[in-house]
Design a protein around this ligand. Structure first.
Ligand code: SF4
Length: 210
């Protein structure tokens, strides 16, 4: 249980449970291959069984950190800052994104969309999850829809999600890492037959970088 004054700061979004921050190459989706500073915020109750960052779920184990400290670090490294999680929209992103924009950063988010959109974003990557579907504000504002393919049924889910997202969003199918041998050939065939989709791979894992 956090002390009340810290809890209030977290609710306002002036402090956030910071799990890790690192400068690396964006491995997935539209901005693959470009340098970015990643800020991973703890807390997620979506519960994907194949999640590769389960350590992020419990916000209580990640120290509430002042956003000026987070912004100060991020500003040293890269023009592009990616806010990821966990599920960053668990928290109010308004102040963090405002401060990053004040420092002339491009601000991206990776989200399941499970909570209403807060914050000012240059790029919203929506990766919807079946157990907690996205809120309308995220469907309406996403620049990119990235659906993880764990089994064949996920192609049906992907089409359902493509119907819901705004018509400008760029559509990606990405194999879940532990199923990549089985699913990548199916994705390749699917994209050739349905060229509105593109293939996304977790290239950072092939490169062995975070
Ligand atoms: S939404 Fe993301 S962080 Fe949350 S459980 Fe699913 S994969 Fe993990």
């Amino acid at each position: 249980m956090l002390p009340k004054e810290i809890q209030t700061e977290v609710e306002k979004g002036t402090m956030l449970p910071l799990m890790e921050e690192f400068y690396t190459i964006q491995g997935e989706g539209y901005h693959t291959g470009t340098a970015a500073y990643f800020i991973r915020i703890g807390g997620c109750d979506v519960g994907c069984h194949w999640c590769d960052v389960k350590e992020s779920w419990n916000a209580a184990i990640h120290p509430p950190t002042h956003i000026d400290h987070i912004v100060e670090n991020a500003s040293k490294y890269s023009e592009t800052v990616v806010i990821t999680g966990g599920e960053p929209l668990t928290w109010d992103m308004t102040l963090l994104t405002q401060m990053l924009k004040d420092r002339n950063r491009r601000v991206h988010i990776e989200t399941s969309g499970a909570y209403p959109l807060t914050g000012t974003w240059d790029w919203i990557c929506l990766s919807p999850k079946k157990n907690k579907l996205p809120t309308q504000t995220v469907y309406d504002n996403a620049h990119e829809l990235k659906v993880i393919i764990y089994n064949k049924h996920d192609f049906i889910f992907a089409e359902e999600q493509a119907e819901k997202v705004n018509s400008n969003a760029i559509l990606f199918l990405q194999p879940e890492w532990s199923k990549k041998e089985e699913m990548t050939p199916l994705i390749v065939d699917y994209v050739m037959n349905n060229p509105k989709w593109r293939v996304s791979l977790q290239t950072h894992k092939y490169l062995n970088i975070p």
